[in-house]
Structure formats: C-alpha cells, structure tokens
Write a protein that binds this ligand. Structure first.
Ligand code: NDP
Length: 449
C-alpha cells in the first residue's frame, strides 16, 4: 500500500486531492487485501490508480468584447470495468488535472455502489461561468464540445453536470454534440425534460443525500422530523437537500456560497427556498441578498484568514456539507462535536478532510461519506440513460421510488461490507470496501488490459 502512495506521489507530486482520495481507499481496504492474495498478484492497486485515459485540450473562445480567451479542458476516463465512463463536468477556476483525477477516482467506487452498470470518469475546465453572459457561456460550451465530442458516446462515456455545469450548460453542450455527431442520443445526462431528461434528476443528489441521512438516523430509531440542520452550499445539491429536509419536517438554518454564509434562526420554508432558487439559478446572485430580504437572517462573509468555517459552529442535530471538497477541517469537526451534531451527511464530494472524518467518527457521530450519500445523482443519471435507450419517460413517482430503493440499498451495502471486514458501523470503510470489491473483481475477470 505504501508503495502505491509512493508511486502516485512521485509521478504526480502536485495532485494532493488525488493522493488524499487514494490514501482513504487504501486505508479502508487493508483487510480485504489481506484476504485476497489474488488482488496483489494481479497488481490491481497500481492498475486502479492509473486512469485508463486522460484527455487534455485547448478551449479557445471569444468574449463579448471580441477578445480571444483560452481555457483548458479535461476528461479523465478512469475505469470502465463495470460500464461506460460516467461522471460530471465541472467548470470552476479551481479545476486542475489533480482535482479531476480525485473526482474521477471517487466516481468509480460511487458508481459501483449504485448497482447500475457504470464505470467512472470526470471532466471539466478552469473556465468560470460566474459573471459571464449566456452568449459567452454558449460559445465556451461549443468550443469545449468541439473537442470532447470525439471522445464520448452513449456507450462509451456519458458526462453530466457538476459545479458550474447546470441545465444551461448541458443544453449548450448537447446542442453542439448533436450538430457534430449528427445523432440524437443520450450522450449527456441532466438534460432538460422536454428533450430527453429524467424527472427527479435535478433533485436526485440532494434528495438522495437526505434519504441516506434518514436511513442512518433510522439505525438510532430517529427521523429528520424537527431536527435542526446545517447545510452548506446554495447550488443544485444544497437546494434539493434543503427541499427534502423541509418535506420531512426538518429545520434548515444555514446555507452558503463562496462569498459567505447565511444563518436564519427561524429556518427556511418552501417560499424562502423558492426565493433562494430564483436568486441562484435565474438571477445568478449572491446569498448575501437573502439577508436583505429576510430580517431573521444574518450574513457572514468568508474570512480568508480564519482557520475554521463559522457555518459549522451552530447548535444543531445534522450537518449536510453540499458545497465543495475540504470544507470541513479538524477544527470544524470539533465544533460539530461540541454542538451536539448526531449525523454528518456529505452531499458534496470529499467535503471533509481526513482528520475531520477521524474526529467525527471517533466521537461516535454518524458519518455518511459522499461516495455513498451523494450517489443519488449518478443513480438517476443511470436511470436517465435507461429511459433514453428505451425511448421512454418514467413518471416522477417511479423515478423517486427507484432512487429511494437505491439509497436504501447503498446504505445497507455499506453496513454489511463494514460488518464483514470488522469495521461495524463505519460507512466510510463500508462504502470503500463494497465499491472496491465490485470493481476489482470485474477487472480481474477482464484480464490485463
Ligand atoms: P453548484 O455549482 O450548483 O453549487 C456549488 C455551490 O458550492 C455554490 O453555492 C458555490 O458557491 C459553492 N462553492 C463552490 N466552490 C466553493 C468554494 N471553493 N468555497 C465555498 N463555496 C463554494 O454545484 P453542485 O451543487 O452540483 O455541486 C456541489 C458539490 O456536490 C460538489 O462537490 C459536487 O462535486 C458534488 N456533487 C454534485 C452532484 C450533482 O448531481 N450536481 C452529484 C454528486 C456530487 P458560488 O455560487 O459562489 O459559486
């Protein structure tokens, strides 16, 4: 195991997030490796950490002022042992090869947990859609797809949305794909409903995370009713996490964006949430504006020098990090413990730093890792692919019921895998072990390729 860490660090010393993701998996799967000498013999770990293919390309586009801009585009095709590559596209200035490799690596295990036949991939660009006009975003998406289209396909690699890639971007990307390939296929998920999208896809990651949290609380004979919840983020995942918590009669008192966070002691209701959706999805505004509209809300801007995030320092029952990676550090985790949080459910990918996870688990809080808890999004993407292949559209209840069943199954799979390898109650190890075994067994079956 140490050898694998040395290999990836010496090959790519700057990819810290990737090292972090790999190190977590290696830690979890130690007992599995001890019981399966055939994995070592096949050098399965060294194969697993190397992407099957990395595509990196120039994305030139013209801004509204007539100036030529250049961004960098990526697609990491990480592992296709259980199905075509599947995973989102992220448009954010922080995007690098290392970030996307960590996300693609996580995606492989997450997709395996869904029980659907999907391999893992991830892609994106350091382009920042924030502050750009719709026309600029369209020109960027068209240029991005002018290269990406030759690498993807409904049976090869099926991208979706992620940070900075929502319905608008998926529309522009799909339009260009269709023009270049001259075919209308389910090559992207997260499409609009009237041209091939699935009901519940926009809601799926957030709803799924809340279903997962409800399952975890169920092990303590608890529900989300009247539970006070801290949510971070204000994008797709955060909005639908808040919506489902409200549906289940929980109380949400926080949300955030990259500029700061809101604490609303009276809690959100459906009409306040509607305001937030319009503010973020249509006006593309900042959460600060919420405090100007609702006097019960207090806005706190991000303090770049602070060594903790005050959003996590409120008395509450449940926490749902739904913004981005590494947003809960050790100090934040200590605050969560101090503030009597019972359950932390990761809506975002890898939002908790390793030391933070250790503190949370050691103090007996329930901890649902993103790999399992936020798998609802890709699960419904898988259902969108099935509907596209069948040229069918399932009703809302059917998709939602399937999502609920998938999240329930992921929850029990994690617990069973953890039990089997002596890590009872540890969802991190359970998710890593269950995903790992499924993927590496498929790799062994398919030979050295
Ligand atoms: P969105 O772009 O819709 O929203 C992201 C939110 O997080 C925004 O409020 C954004 O603020 C905030 N944010 C982004 N970067 C930072 C940062 N560095 N510091 C503080 N806040 C930040 O993305 P999603 O909601 O789709 O994704 C959120 C997380 O969930 C990501 O980790 C993503 O990988 C993960 N995820 C998403 C899935 C999906 O289906 N969409 C599926 C599974 C996981 P601002 O408005 O200022 O940019």
């Amino acid at each position: 195991m140490l050898r694998i860490m040395e290999i990836i660090k010496s090959k790519d010393p700057d990819q810290q997030e990737f090292h972090q993701a790999v190190s977590e998996i290696l830690e979890s799967i130690k007992p599995v490796m001890d019981q399966h000498p055939e994995y070592r013999k096949a050098n399965i770990l060294e194969r697993l950490v190397e992407p099957e293919r990395v595509i990196m390309f120039r994305v030139p586009w013209v801004d509204d002022g007539g100036d030529v801009m250049v961004n960098r585009g990526f697609r990491i095709e990480m592992n296709s042992s259980i199905g075509p590559y599947k995973g989102g596209l992220r448009f954010h200035p922080s995007v690098t090869l290392g970030i996307l490799k960590f996300l693609a690596f996580e995606q492989v295990f997450k997709n395996a947990l869904t029980t659907l036949p999907m391999g893992g991939g991830k892609g994106g660009s350091d382009f920042d859609p924030k502050g750009k006009s719709d026309e600029e975003v369209m020109r960027f998406c068209q240029s991005f797809m002018a290269e990406l289209f030759r690498h993807i396909g409904a049976n090869t690699d099926i991208p979706a949305g992620d940070i900075g890639v929502g319905a608008r971007e998926i529309g522009f990307l799909f339009g260009m794909y269709k023009k270049l390939s001259n075919e209308f296929t389910g090559v992207l998920t997260g499409k609009s409903l009237n041209w091939g999208g699935s009901l519940i896809r926009p809601e799926a990651t957030g709803y799924g995370a809340v279903y997962f949290a409800a399952e975890m609380l169920g092990t303590l004979d608890q529900t989300l009713e009247e539970k006070i919840c801290l949510v971070s983020g204000a994008g797709n995942v955060a909005q639908y996490t808040i919506e489902k918590i409200l549906d289940l009669n929980g109380k949400v008192v926080t949300f955030s964006d990259s500029s700061g966070y809101i604490f609303d002691e009276y809690g959100l209701d459906h009409s306040k949430l509607e305001y937030l959706k319009i503010l973020k999805n249509i006006k593309r505004g900042r959460v600060e504006e919420y405090a100007a509209k609702y006097s019960s809300a207090i806005y706190t801007p991000v303090d770049p020098d602070a060594d903790f995030n005050p959003l996590w320092d409120h008395m509450a029952d449940c926490a749902f990090p739904c913004a981005t990676q590494n947003e809960i550090n050790a100090k934040d985790a200590q605050n969560l413990v101090k503030n009597k949080i019972m359950a932390v459910t990761e809506g975002a990918n890898m939002p908790t730093e390793p030391q933070g996870i250790e503190i949370i688990i050691d103090n007996g809080l329930l901890f649902g890792p993103g790999k399992a808890a936020n798998a609802g999004g890709v699960s419904v993407s898988g259902l969108e692919m099935s509907q596209n292949s069948m040229r069918l559209a399932w009703p809302r209840e059917e998709v939602d019921n399937r999502l609920k069943i998938i999240m329930k199954n992921i929850h029990s799979t994690c617990l069973e895998a953890a039990d089997q390898y002596g890590k009872s109650g540890n969802y991190v190890d359970g998710a890593n072990i269950a995903g790992f075994i499924k993927v590496v067994n498929a790799m062994l079956d398919q030979g050295v390729i």
